[in-house]
Design a protein around this ligand. Sequence first.
Ligand code: GLC
Ligand code: CA
Length: 577
Amino acid sequence: MTDRRINAKWWKSSTIYQIYPSSFMDSNGDGIGDLPGILSKLDYIKSLGVDAVWISPFYQSPNKDQGYDISDYQMPDPRYGSMEDVDAIIKGCHDRNMKIIFDLVINHTSDQHRWFQESRKSKDNPYRKYYIWRPARYINGERRPPTNWQATFGGSAWEWDETTEEYYLHAFLIEQPDLNWEDAEVRQAIYKEAILFWLDKGIDGFRIDVSSFYSKHEFVDVPIKKPEQYVQPGGDTFMDGPRLKEFLVEMQRETFSKYDSVTLAEMPGTRTLEDKLEFVGESSKRFSMAISFDLASIDHGGHENYFLMWKPYDLKEAKRITEAEQLLSGPKTDGWTLTYLENHDQARCISRFMNDSPEHRVISGKTLAMYLLTLSGTPIIYQGQELGMINVPKEWPESDYLDPQSWMFMRDIRDDIKHGVKSITEQEAFKSLQIVARDHARVPMQWSNEKLAGFSSGDKTWMRVNDSYKEGINVAEEEKEKNSVLNFYKSLLAFQKEHSDSLIFGEHRGIEAENEHTMQFFKKSFDGETLFVALNFSGDKQKISLPDGTTELLMSSSISTDDEGVLQPYEGRIYRI
Ligand code: GLC
Ligand code: CA
């Protein structure tokens, strides 16, 4: 075993806190979170004990996909604030000894970006090659897109453009045309415009949006799953094209490597350890860490045609995924793991993986925190997760769900039913939204039990506030409550720092792979300390056999732990061996 603490980069011993700008803090009462709001809460973030902040996109955007459709990479959107505010946040983080990470969305732009505005004007416009244009094909005299590919959130991945009578490709919304990475000049323009500009301003790195989508596969039809329709689901048509690795090496060389910056890259698609190492091994020269989807998607895809269809998750599967991810930062590799349970694309982890009832919410939130913060690698905590925020109430009507992924899912289901495609019912579809919709993460942050959760001084917010702020789930009350989820996160973050030799840099070894109720693993440091972590994911008491040599119970997510080897429902414990 090698001592991986030696020469470790700063980000290996850092915890990252993610901010979703429109829902973090509203400073001017218009109901939308903003940059001055973020600035006013930097002390709060620091008080948690985290080391870095990642802010989701705040750039100029028509906001069809919450800022992941960028129309100007170098300007904050006016609803969020000014460039002075951005500079103040960079400085504010650095003054507090925190790193600052921005979001990099370069698989696509907004259709309002000047590149696309030019591109669509004529076939000989110099910007034509910036996007992916193809002529129509005609089937029985009818105009059809170049392939039958379905976009990630539904509908065709090709959009007809009247002006030049061709289709353009969009892996996501119609308003998010894909950039043409095949062209070297386009890639250089992306680096300059979207990456180098911000690195020059002094940020410490990027979270990178859907980076496995840059290189496209050949434009051929995917197999027919829904015979009645032209557009066919085929999720991985956009992933891992033949030139992906080449593009990523070039990007790293021309941009990130010059600044020693960190990169957290979204890499959808299940991979083997060898393949992962091609992306995040230090010798691969691509990314620092990858955002994997294996755990995040564990309760998705309950119907082969609909990714957003919920299915119950299996703890044994979650353990297999966890073990596989942990290998990445294991002693035999030069890779590194990134761990997360929530972000702006995921519903709340307590509601998905544990129990969000008033009786079990707190212990569930704490045990999930224990899972996240005892694994090796770099953890990300999403705003509100530290409060134990939960999904929105079941009573909310469909119209309170604003995310295009949610409404396109419902639209496709209704459409499929109408066309006689074998589908699921509308009720089943909506029930899925209640569990896994992205909307659950996007409601305003809960600061206090005052009006609108203390998020805004206005009369209404861009997205409805989750009523749970009145039940003690908010910063002000949790700061005062000794046994709150918030205070547990703070203690656990301090504990994790203190035991980083075993928890972050140590060797991970899971046991009891077949146990359907508990997750148990050892963390062994290079020079001696061994910790044992046992987490109960079930609503029943679970007996565990304490390993030989167990000396003391260091921490529990339960307030009362009387019986040595019996975990309370949803309880997690850390022992010293
Ligand atoms: C990423 C983002 C998500 C967005 C998508 C398209 O997955 O996290 O919010 O919708 O990319 O940009
Ligand atoms: Ca505002």
